[in-house]
Design a protein around this ligand. Structure first.
Ligand code: TYC
Length: 106
């Protein structure tokens, strides 16, 4: 037998949160930086494979970075943003391209 003795509040009552302690997570921008060496197709592929962008969105984001110098890829929690950027940098390094992303507070 267990020693557990339910308190009245455990006996089928719905526990409702009365304060507002649960905040949505802070979001961070992943920003794509232009460079003169990484092929456009490679950038587009990374945006599709790592950031799950459609072909059309990936092409638009790549072109925006190419012309403006940088482009926002999306908003993510800190862990997801830094993980995706690390994956993208690893792939770029494997192919010896200088492609860079930065994570910024949103
Ligand atoms: N500027 C690169 C070229 O002309 C293409 C490119 C686009 C590279 C966007 C990086 O974030 C970038 N090959």
């Amino acid at each position: 037998m267990s020693d557990y003795t339910p308190s009245p509040v455990d006996e089928g009552d719905l526990l409702e949160r009365t304060d507002k302690k649960v905040k949505p997570p802070e979001m961070y921008k992943v920003v794509l930086l232009n460079d003169d060496y990484t092929p456009r197709e490679f950038v587009t592929e990374i945006l599709m494979q790592v950031f799950h962008k459609s072909s059309a969105d990936a092409g638009r984001i790549m072109l925006s970075a190419h012309t403006a110098g940088k482009a926002v890829v999306g908003l993510y929690t800190y862990d997801i943003a830094t993980t995706k950027v690390a994956q993208a940098h690893k792939l770029a390094k494997e192919f010896e391209f200088p492609l860079k992303f930065v994570v910024e507070g949103a």
